[in-house]
Design a protein. Sequence first.
Length: 321
Amino acid sequence: MPPATATPWPAALEGTPSAAVIEQAIQRGRLAHSLLLHGDDPTTLAGVAAAIADRLLRGAASAAAFAPDQHPDCFALRPAGKSRQISADATRALITKLQVSPVLAPAKVAILHEVDRMNTAAANVFLKTLEEPPRDTTLLLLTTRPYALLPTIRSRVLIFRFPTVGSAVAAEGWPAWLEDYQAWLARLVEGFGGDRKTVADQVLGLYGLVARFSAVLENATAEAWKVEKAKLTAELDDDEQVAIETGLAVGLRTRLLVEIEHATRAFALPRLQDGDEPTRRALIAAVGQLEQDTALLRLNLNEAAALEGFLLASLRAWSRR
């Protein structure tokens, strides 16, 4: 059965300026042939791409023959393997598919997931397609790192940024972790008073938070992968599935780190409202360190090491406030 209604936008993006602009451009047949969709959450970007693809594949018809991920005129390119690279061969294979006329829809759509994972050869191959796009084809490039792309690619696409959407991460043990993290900060603010036992307890608490974070992330990824795997098409090979699972973990990790930043700000807010200057300095230092460690994670730094660095910096910043 064809879907009766178009694939919805992610709930928090419905009716936003970006969604409205894209909707109007599609209705008028004026959408650019290449869009770069970027933001912090790969899941949000995939939802946006599905919504755009479905509307393009429907055209003037009231219903599409298939959902985007099952449509013969919708193609996907994903990183493959644990290294999550997009190769030149995989890119050429996609381009070959795009040269063929649409089977059912008025146009073809290609969704390129984590396009920043293209190696140099793949990026150069793809650049030629951007310069001379196939007829009746829309390219949707998804990335959480737009500035990792070649400037020549960025200059040839229409860029939209989409913020992370949705409720808090529903992972077992995560609400308790955030509560214990804020309690740990509160003890730092109280000071040590030269008590070695208190210092030792704070350090042990720090490493306990690191270990529990890794466990929460691992369990949350496993649960999310069960759900995601059931949705995948049979055409995906093992390397592509590994890359999807790894990307899922990266997206979850990003959301957890964002919530740590929010928890840090929420802890500091009452003190900031009282004009507490030491708290302001400590908050700036802590958030700055978190952002730095998050950037290092994109260079394959282990998340436990990154979180340890952030918490050690927090220990120094908040205890000296």
